[in-house]
Ligand binder design. Sequence first.
Ligand SMILES: Cc1cc2nc3c(=O)[nH]c(=O)nc-3n(C[C@H](O)[C@H](O)[C@H](O)COP(=O)(O)OP(=O)(O)OC[C@H]3O[C@@H](n4cnc5c(N)ncnc54)[C@H](O)[C@@H]3O)c2cc1C
Length: 305
Amino acid sequence: MCPELCKRLTDVLGERVRFSFSLARHTSFRIGGPADVFAEPNTLEELQSLLALLHEEAVPVFLLGGGTNVLVSDKGVRGVVVKLGGGFTYVRWEESLEEATVYVGAANSLGRFVREAARKGYRGVEFAEGIPGTVGGGLLMNAGAFGGELSAVVVAITGIHRDGRRERLPGQTLGFAYRRTALPEKFAVTEVEFRLTRGHAEEIATVMNKAQHKRHMTQPHGYPNAGSIFKNPPGTSAGRLIEAAGFKGQTQGRAQVSEQHANFIINTGGASATDVRLLMDQIQRTVWEKNNIWLEPEVRLIGDW
Ligand SMILES: Cc1cc2nc3c(=O)[nH]c(=O)nc-3n(C[C@H](O)[C@H](O)[C@H](O)COP(=O)(O)OP(=O)(O)OC[C@H]3O[C@@H](n4cnc5c(N)ncnc54)[C@H](O)[C@@H]3O)c2cc1C
């Protein structure tokens, strides 16, 4: 790929492009090998130029948000990992009597947005209290909890196509499903537009406190992880199936199926992506043999395996 392309990338982004860059500290699992190139554009123009250049050179691109729903391979990622910079962290409110339209930058923390909405007394995203990561990643995953999903309050998104074209896509065209959004291939989300309704600040705070309490009681803390490893199959819970298959506490290298919640794998210190992947494979095979159900990963497996 380099040196000619590397020089052109440096011309576009200066010091915000890094080579052979470890991704481990950019993931909540604290696991992952190096990206060939790690790029942090700060403005729409930089992102457009970057994507157009990579498209022209046919270089693979991967968009990374907060890294809280990914398992990056130990061998790392070939091509360019793009993480939106500080210029994409903003929240802009347009308020009327009963509701608000909110424009949120894709790199903005989802949690910070949720708490800002609560402080202002708006309903719609309180279910997401405690979901880590960015608004862009949340949109891609159609993040949800306790019966709510982001898709219910998304009006539209704006982003950049691989060739550098900018487009606003209405929510109805995004093919939302359980932990899934059907975006055009390699579309980089730069902004999400939400519609929230006015509510009572105390009621909203109660919902959020309950959500935090439930998470605290049922999920592991203190060890790096990526949230639920598998999606819930229709009509049942992945955690229950994994627990019934006897996996709670099971280890592979330095990875362990959480004692608190069987659908979480934790990094007990120095786990490799291979450790996690092997544990996932064993779980899938065993649950299939016992229940005839194939668990589909919720966590996205990234890079060379
Ligand atoms: C402790 C813990 C608890 C969790 N609880 C929940 C929960 O209750 N509910 C839930 O739904 N999830 C949960 N998660 C999973 C995760 O936090 C969410 O899926 C989150 O929304 C992912 O956001 P992210 O920014 O970290 O995305 P990443 O993990 O960085 O990326 C996820 C996907 O989004 C894509 N992506 C990210 N940003 C962009 C962008 N700007 N444009 C295009 N594509 C992009 C990536 O390519 C990738 O495919 C939990 C995770 C942890 C660690």
